[in-house]
Design a protein around this ligand. Structure first.
Ligand code: SF4
Length: 381
C-alpha cells in the first residue's frame, strides 16, 4: 500500500471514529479551533492542528507512573466533547503506560524496551508522580527497578519530556514537610532534556493535549515561563480571571463556610483562597466539560494553589494568600482628563501618531509632486 493510500485509509478511519465517538467533523473542527485558541495561536492555525491530528504518523509516547494517585490520568480519561483520551490515543502511539496497558508482566516490559530501542531519541516521555530519591529510591519500585533508575534509563534517549501533574512538576503532596521519601520533581533528575511542566492536582487535560499538539504541529515546545510551564496555560493569575473578582474588589468576602457571604458567592480570599498568587487557566478552561462553575472556586471552595510551587501542599490551607496584583485605586490619574497647560498622555500619543502619518502623507505627496514637476519640465523642454 502506498503512503497516499495509507493516509486515505487512516483519514477514513478517523472520520468513522468521529461518528463512533458521537462527534461530527464540525465538532472536530470546533475542538481544533478551541485548542488553537487555548495555545494562543492564530485562528488560521486550526487547520494545521486538524491536519496534525489526522496524520497517520503517530509519535511514540512512554508514560511512567511513580509516586502519585493516578488522578492526572483519571482527569484525562474523564474529559469529553470530544473524549480527550480517544483523541490522545489516536494522536500518539502510547507504547507503555502502567495504568492503560492491556498486557502485564514481562510482556509489557518487553514492549517498553522494544519502543525505547526502535524510537531512540524520538519518543516523548511523560512522567506522572514524583520520584523518591531518599535511601537510594527504595520507596517506589516497578519491575524490579526504582523509579530513579527507570526515569534515568527511559529519559536518556527521549526527545523531550512532559511532567504531568503537581507531583512530577515540583514534588506535590509527597514532598510536603517532612518529605519522608525525598520526593523529587522530574526536572531535578532529568537535567539534560527539554522538559515541560503541566502542574495541577489534577492538571487540565487540555493543557496537556495542547502541549502535545503544539509540539507535533510546530516541531518545538511551546513558550515556557520561568517554572517550565506553557505560558498559554499558566500565563495569568487565577485571581485575574476569577468570576468572584468583583466581590474581592468591592470588599465582599465569605468569612466562614456556609455563612451569608459564602451562600451569596462572595470572594473566598478570607477562607484561604490562593488564587491571588497562583498562575493557571482553571477559571477559563474549567474541568470535566460540564459547563460553568466546574472548578474549585466555582463550587465554593478556595483555590488550593496546586499549580504553584511553594503554595499548594506547602502553605497552610486557610492561610491568606500574598496578593500580587491589586485593582488600581481611584487616586490614579484619569488618562482622559486634561492636564493644565498641556495635553494628556493619550492625547500626546494620538498627536504623535497623527504627526507620523501626516509626515508620511506629506512625504508621499511631495514625492508625487516632485515626480510630476520633473515630468512637466521634461515635457516643456
Ligand atoms: Fe477569586 Fe480567590 Fe481571587 Fe477571590 S481571592 S477573586 S475567590 S481567585
Amino acid at each position: 500500500m502506498s503512503n497516499q493510500q495509507i493516509k486515505r485509509v487512516f483519514a477514513e478511519n478517523v472520520a468513522q471514529n468521529f461518528d463512533a465517538y458521537g462527534f461530527s467533523r464540525r465538532d472536530f473542527m470546533k475542538f481544533c479551533t478551541a485548542i488553537t485558541v487555548t495555545m494562543g495561536l492564530p485562528f488560521s492555525m486550526s487547520k494545521m492542528i486538524a491536519k496534525t491530528i489526522e496524520d497517520p504518523v503517530r509519535p511514540p509516547v512512554i508514560w511512567l507512573h511513580f509516586q502519585e494517585c493516578t488522578g492526572c490520568t483519571e482527569s484525562l480519561l474523564r474529559a469529553t466533547h470530544p473524549k480527550v483520551e480517544t483523541l490522545v490515543l489516536d494522536l500518539i502511539s502510547l507504547d507503555y503506560s502502567e495504568t492503560l496497558n492491556v498486557a502485564a508482566g514481562y510482556q509489557v516490559e518487553k514492549a517498553l524496551h522494544d519502543s525505547m530501542e526502535k524510537n531512540k531519541g524520538k519518543y516523548i516521555l511523560v512522567v506522572e508522580g514524583s520520584i523518591p530519591v531518599k535511601d537510594d529510591g527504595i520507596y517506589c519500585k516497578i519491575a524490579g527497578k526504582t523509579a530513579l533508575e527507570s526515569v534515568k534509563e527511559v529519559g536518556a534517549n527521549c526527545a523531550a519530556a512532559i511532567a504531568i501533574g503537581s507531583c512530577a512538576s515540583w514534588g506535590g503532596v509527597q514532598s510536603t514537610f517532612s518529605n519522608p521519601t525525598g520526593a523529587t520533581p522530574l526536572h531535578k533528575i532529568l537535567t539534560d532534556k527539554p522538559i515541560v511542566n503541566i502542574p495541577g492536582c489534577p492538571p487540565s487535560p487540555y493543557n496537556f493535549l495542547s502541549t502535545v499538539l503544539y509540539y507535533l504541529t510546530l516541531g518545538k515546545l511551546p513558550e515556557l515561563d520561568s517554572k517550565g510551564r506553557p505560558k498559554f496555560g499558566y500565563g495569568r493569575l487565577i485571581h485575574e480571571h476569577c468570576e468572584r473578582r468583583p466581590h474581592f474588589d468591592a470588599g465582599r468576602f465569605a468569612l466562614q463556610f456556609g455563612d451569608d457571604g459564602h451562600r451569596q458567592g462572595y470572594c473566598l480570599y478570607k477562607l484561604g483562597c490562593k488564587g491571588p498568587e497562583t498562575y493557571a487557566n482553571c477559571p477559563s478552561i474549567l474541568f470535566g466539560d460540564v459547563g460553568s462553575g466546574a472548578w474549585p472556586v466555582g463550587t465554593g471552595h478556595p483555590c488550593f494553589g496546586c499549580t504553584e510551587e511553594g503554595v499548594g501542599f506547602t502553605k497552610h490551607v486557610h492561610e491568606q494568600a500574598e496578593v500580587k496584583t491589586f485593582t488600581p485605586g481611584s487616586i490614579y490619574p484619569d488618562i482622559h482628563s486634561e492636564k493644565k497647560g498641556g495635553i494628556t498622555v493619550a492625547g500626546a500619543a494620538v498627536t504623535a501618531g497623527a504627526v507620523v502619518v501626516g509626515a508620511k502623507l506629506v512625504s508621499d505627496v511631495s514625492k508625487k509632486l516632485g515626480e510630476n514637476d520633473s515630468k512637466d519640465s521634461s515635457n516643456q523642454a
